[in-house]
Design a protein around this ligand. Structure first.
Ligand code: SF4
Length: 187
C-alpha cells in the first residue's frame, strides 16, 4: 500500500484537532464551526437544512439542534423562501462571518503556500480523490456552480439550466447540492 492514505489520515486528524480547538474558543462544537463554514460557501439551493444534512451525512435532528444553537448565539439567521413558503434559507450574520475570519482554513492555506507545494496539481489530485470517495459512499458532489454541467452563461448573464433561473455572479462562485459533472471536466 502507498503511504498516501496514512498521510491523508494524519492530515485529517490534525485538521480535526484545529477545528476542535477553534470551535472550543467560541464555545462551539466542531460540527457547529463546520456548518458555519459550509453556509458561507453554499448557494441559494444549498443553504437549506436538508442540504446541510446531506453535505455532512448527519441526521435532520442533528441539523435542527445545530441550527437552533447557531441562531441562539446570533451566528446565523433564517429567512423564509419567497416562493416556497415552508423552505427556510440559512445565512451567516456578521458575527458568524467574524467567527470564520481567522479560521483554521486560512491557517492551512498559509501553511500550504509556505510548503511550496504545487497548489494546482494538489487541488486536482484531491478533487479526483474526493470525487471517487463521494461516488463510493453515494454522496452528492457539491461542486462549484461555475463548473457545473447545468451552468449557462451568455451576454444576458448567468443561468441555471436545471431550474431555468438567473444566477447572480456571486452565486456562481458557490457550491451547490444539485451540481453535476461536465462530461470531460472535474468540479
Ligand atoms: S448551474 Fe448547477 S451548480 Fe449552478 S445552481 Fe444550477 S444545478 Fe446548481
Amino acid at each position: 500500500m502507498s503511504r498516501t492514505p496514512l498521510l491523508l489520515e494524519r492530515l485529517a486528524a490534525l485538521i480535526h484537532q484545529s477545528v476542535r480547538d477553534e470551535a472550543a474558543l467560541h464555545g462551539l462544537l466542531p460540527i457547529h464551526l463546520q456548518v458555519l463554514a459550509y453556509l458561507a460557501r453554499a448557494n441559494r439551493y444549498s443553504d437549506l437544512p436538508i442540504a446541510v444534512a446531506e453535505y455532512f451525512g448527519i441526521t435532520r435532528g442533528t441539523v435542527s439542534q445545530t441550527v437552533a444553537l447557531l441562531e441562539r448565539k446570533g451566528l446565523i439567521a433564517k429567512t423564509a423562501d419567497e416562493r416556497h413558503g415552508r423552505r427556510i434559507h440559512l445565512a451567516l450574520t456578521p458575527a458568524g462571518e467574524a467567527v470564520l475570519a481567522h479560521g483554521w482554513a486560512r491557517k492551512l492555506d498559509a501553511a500550504l503556500r509556505k510548503s511550496g507545494a504545487d497548489d494546482s496539481a494538489l487541488e486536482s489530485a484531491l478533487r479526483a480523490l474526493l470525487g471517487a470517495l463521494q461516488h463510493h459512499n453515494g454522496n452528492r458532489p457539491f461542486g462549484l456552480c461555475r463548473r457545473c454541467a447545468h451552468f449557462l452563461s451568455d451576454a444576458q448573464g448567468h443561468r441555471c439550466g436545471l431550474t431555468g433561473e438567473p444566477l447572480a455572479a456571486e452565486q456562481t462562485q458557490k457550491i451547490c447540492r444539485d451540481w453535476a459533472a461536465r462530461p470531460s471536466a472535474a468540479a
